[in-house]
Design a protein around this ligand. Structure first.
Ligand code: SF4
Ligand code: SF4
Length: 71
């Protein structure tokens, strides 16, 4: 499985990664507030991730790391 990790406290909740994900599995976590006072991005369904890394490429703050897993 692919793995997408977030450095949660660096996220500024801009939502660019949410828009970039072709599978629509990146969301802003309305239940969480990070150190900067924003709702941080997270992946709701890792099983659907295709490892394209569009989310990581879009993030202006290098919050996201995508590790492509074995099939
Ligand atoms: S790697 Fe691609 S499919 Fe996976 S969460 Fe990021 S944008 Fe979405
Ligand atoms: S693009 Fe980066 S800073 Fe913006 S919401 Fe996504 S993870 Fe957070």
């Amino acid at each position: 499985m692919n793995k997408v990790t977030f450095k949660i406290d660096l996220c500024k909740g801009c939502g660019l990664c949410v828009t970039a994900c072709p599978k629509k599995i990146v969301l802003l976590d309305e239940k969480q507030i990070n150190e900067k006072g924003y709702h941080p991005a997270f992946v709701i369904d890792m099983d659907k991730c295709i490892g394209c890394a569009f989310c990581a490429t879009m993030c202006p703050d290098v919050v996201i790391t995508v590790i492509k897993g074995e099939k």
